[in-house]
Design a protein around this ligand. Structure first.
Ligand code: ADE
Length: 240
């Protein structure tokens, strides 16, 4: 693609329902697919004086739902970073929070430590690679503009949580559980592009309510909080 896609800021969002409030608030315009072989969709606009691109993972043509999870997160990050060459990438989305860590529904987190909780390889070096621990720079102006909480985000490709994963979260003091951030951090690192995760809490992992019920009940509220946070972050972006 051409230089017209070069952007100051790239926002990657897994689900269309998570992205639409941001697209509306920032008045982004649909551009279409980045690649004919991938359902990922691109929106663009000039917001607060910055060229902004937003990409979603797109709808799977066979299963008729958003392509959530780590494979799509990594593929879309690779392509979008290559095409838009941003100064900064945001991963905006929803997450599970933890009552034990003080979370409530709709809280915004901006974690700076990332892990995978469902990748285990008990071999030298591959064990650390599988866990994929990475830390990212903090951006205090964006944190204060979004009023985001600090923490550790752990990524896996399942919405629910196993007993072993619960123990992992406690041992690692995890504050956000999601399905893409650690995968995108890895790709952003390859592109030497600074990364920020903004995550809105839809459900509480250590609460007895069934996760899918809580997720669906709180999705609208959490994504509207997320859109406000992304807008506030984009406003102070030049000052980072
Ligand atoms: N996104 C929102 N809630 C989540 C959860 N509990 N696990 C993974 N991803 C999520």
């Amino acid at each position: 693609m051409t230089d017209r896609n070069t952007s100051d800021l790239l926002i990657q969002v897994a689900m269309r329902a998570e992205a639409l409030p941001i697209i509306h608030l920032l008045s982004l315009k649909p551009i279409g697919r980045m690649d004919p072989n991938l359902p990922s969709e691109l929106w663009q606009g000039i917001v607060h004086g910055h060229r902004i691109s937003l990409v979603t993972n797109g709808c799977d043509p066979e299963f008729d739902c958003d392509r959530i999870g780590t494979e799509s997160a990594a593929i879309v990050a690779f392509l979008a970073l290559r095409i838009t060459r941003p100064k900064l990438i945001f991963n905006a989305g929803t997450c599970g929070g933890f009552t034990s860590q003080g979370a409530t529904i709709g809280d915004i987190y901006m974690p700076t430590r990332f892990l995978f909780h469902d990748q285990r390889v008990a071999l030298p070096k591959f064990d650390a690679f599988a866990k994929g621990e990475k830390t990212t720079a903090d951006f205090p102006k964006i944190r204060s503009a979004t009023n985001a909480k600090h923490g550790t985000c752990s990524t896996g490709s399942s919405l629910d949580t196993t007993v072993d994963e619960m123990a992992f979260f406690a041992a690692e003091s995890v504050t956000c559980k999601d399905m893409e951030a650690a995968a995108i951090v890895r790709v952003a690192r390859d592109f030497q592009t600074p990364f920020i995760a903004l995550k809105a809490v839809t459900d509480l992992v250590d609460h007895r309510q069934v996760v899918q019920e809580s997720f669906l009940t709180n999705l609208k509220f959490a994504t509207s909080r997320l859109a406000d946070a992304v807008d506030h972050a984009a406003r102070v972006f030049s000052a980072v």
